[in-house]
Design a binder for this molecule. Structure first.
Ligand code: ZN
Length: 264
């Protein structure tokens, strides 16, 4: 998760277990516009055989649809739009679920699913380096059902929510920008997966184009601090929503707290 950064450094911030794994979340976002109930990302899903589940240490009390209902009262059938920043299994894994016959079927039966056309194309023709991240069961059932709608490199999902392609992690991953009542929330997706990745050289070994990741971080992190954006760190296990403050040497994440909810 930290590329060229020495273990001695990152392990102080993200202590690994005996198998060298660190804690990570998949922080999906629900947006209710009044007319649409929209889900950004769907997590890692529950199609995993026990062997892989143990290997990744997938540990969760409930599947996404149950958590969604418990925390928001929204059912899977009420979701009208699902957006994926890209199709890696830890972002699009909950797009589908296994039905009683053992087939992968859409997990949100009434939703349109949006993903960039370039990303869909890449997912169908990955390189040897990133093939393991693309599991076709996460999108092909949506193509078959007619629910997948390929989109442009930059597009508007609904008024106030836009997607923008930012190269680095790959060539077609998108970040999202939600603007409402003068507040901007920015989803960094895998550009800055956790708060620890705010440090410029802390870039994932998974990235196909790390120098482009660096350039995008140098542009967007100061912009986020300057404009007081709420930042969503998709994989952060503890404080996924933060504002950024410029420190002497680096940008410091300031967790978004309960009491702020009334303001924004
Ligand atoms: Zn990814």
């Amino acid at each position: 998760m930290f590329g060229v950064v020495p273990r001695k450094l990152w392990s102080q911030v993200c202590p690994p277990d005996d198998d060298n794994r660190i804690r990570m979340n998949m922080n999906c976002v629900l947006v209710d516009t009044g007319s649409d109930k929209l889900l950004i990302e769907t997590g890692i899903g529950n199609k995993w055989p026990p062997k892989h589940s143990a290997m990744y240490g997938i540990d969760r009390a409930r599947p996404l649809a149950e958590t969604l209902f418990e925390q928001t009262g929204v059912t899977a059938g009420e979701i009208t739009i699902v957006v994926n920043t890209h199709l890696h299994f830890d972002h699009a894994g909950g797009n589908t679920r296994i039905d009683a016959d053992g087939n992968a079927v859409p997990a949100f039966p009434n939703a349109r699913y949006f993903v960039s056309r370039a990303e869909l194309d890449h997912a169908e023709h990955p390189t040897e380096r990133d093939r393991a991240s693309y599991l076709p069961d996460n999108w092909r059932p949506l193509v078959d059902s007619g629910q997948l709608e390929p989109r442009d490199d930059d597009y508007e999902v609904v008024p106030g929510l836009t997607m923008e392609t930012i190269a680095g992690h790959n060539r077609s991953m998108q970040c999202w920008r939600l603007q409402r009542d003068g507040v901007t929330m920015f989803g960094f997706a895998d550009l800055v997966p956790t708060r620890a990745h705010l440090r410029l050289p802390w870039i994932m070994g998974y990235d196909l184009y790390p120098v482009e990741t660096l350039a995008a971080k140098k542009r967007l992190i100061p912009e986020a601090a300057r404009n007081n954006w709420l930042c969503l760190f998709y994989h952060d296990p503890d404080e996924p929503v933060c504002r950024l403050r410029e420190g002497e040497k680096e940008f410091i994440p300031v967790p978004y707290r309960e009491e702020e909810k009334d303001l924004s």
